[in-house]
Design a binder for this molecule. Sequence first.
Ligand code: DGL
Length: 281
Amino acid sequence: MADLRNAPIGVFDSGVGGLTILNEMLRELPDERFVYYGDTGNCPYGVRPTSEIQELSRNAARFLLERGAKVIVVACNTASVSALANLRETFTVPFVGVVPAIKPAATLTHSGHVGIAATEASAHGDYLRQLIADHANGVTVHAVGCPQLVLLAEKGVLGGPEAETAIRDYVDPMLALGIDVLVLGCTHFPAMRDAFVRVVGSEVAVIDSGAAIARQTRRVLAERGWLSGEGNVASEPRAITTADSLWCSGDIHQFARVAEAILGMSVEVRGAPEMVSPTRA
Ligand code: DGL
């Protein structure tokens, strides 16, 4: 078997959201190199039909494989829900998907009511229904699609009155139903965590699965003997270096500006060659 220890980890999302997962991996797997692809030219995914999300996800996976990815982290709940099985059928590379933190939420709740802020596709998909049936028995889960928040995050509106007003519109009805845990079920939303916390207040726990996904990626690599270097864990995310590369299919300056806000460091972004947009059936 080829020695893939020094090959990069591929990561993709419809846009900047997956950077919240990359940030966790820069801490959990600092010895690894990363190649990140944000499909900003086709964002948002969450309002598209499944067949389109699958086609875009296959394009993204191909792009990362062409850059030598040894594993692909689908750092997007929507693509994980709609396309993970299809990706695994299509390619032999291992994939790590993002699963909303339903299980920890079910353990944490006292009121028995949990909220999930997600995309339309994730909030209403069979996958979420199954996850709730498997892991949240006896708990009432209120899932809301929040497409406006994805657009705000892509614009770099991660906090402040505009973000908080939009969050309040989605979250207030769930608060009125008595939720005491709010799951951020879209990878864009941890970038707006402070705004979420200000809206829901200190009595509601706000959780996501970023750290768990980073640990799962470590497990997938360790099982295959593909961890790079010493396989260290750092206390803080390491800096992006020239060994890593960030790509997007839309405006690179806009992406770089938001990426810098999310990662808290300066980054260089490259433009991915024009991806074929899916044809609507
Ligand atoms: N970041 C994505 C997710 O986790 C999707 C946002 C979108 O493209 O709708 O679902």
